[in-house]
Design a protein around this ligand. Sequence first.
Ligand code: IMP
Ligand code: MG
Length: 174
Amino acid sequence: MTVKKKLLFDSDAIAARVKELGLRISADFPEGDLLLVGILKGSFIFLADLSRAIGRACQIDFARLSSYGGGTETSGVINVVMDIGIPVKDKNVILVDDIVDTGLTLHMYRERVAQMKPRSIRIAALINKTSRREKEVQLDYFGFEIESGFVVGYGLDWDERFRNLPSIYAIEQE
Ligand code: IMP
Ligand code: MG
């Protein structure tokens, strides 16, 4: 199978947008404990850049959720493979993900984190993919909006490939 890639957002555009998000988050949380939780694996590059664009102290942890068996279709079942390891209670938590598609993953995980009694929960995703939403997810911060399609690069994979591309591409399968 040939995979064609079409450039959507180049690394300069991503860097500029991530800086803006970092400034907004710093302005929204001038004080209080701030905990960034990266949803693995797709968020690893976005979280690395976003955390450095936030000009204040914060804690960082990760959770690993799985929904995709591989390829581009969701299985509809979400497992918490690894949960947040440090205390969440009374902290301002931002869940950081690569992309929100159906919304099932973050809808479920947000409810789970709410039970840990944080002071607040917000969601940051690099990409808001709008056309397949099944569960409403309040996206407090997002970098870019796309309607549909499958995108790779900057942490996002297609069957574990392309995560290390510095820019974001739409893939076209033939
Ligand atoms: P959701 O539960 O349908 O919102 O999807 C959540 C996860 O599916 C994301 O965190 C990604 O890991 C993956 N995903 C959804 N769309 C794409 C895409 O276009 N490219 C790469 N991964 C995607
Ligand atoms: Mg993901």
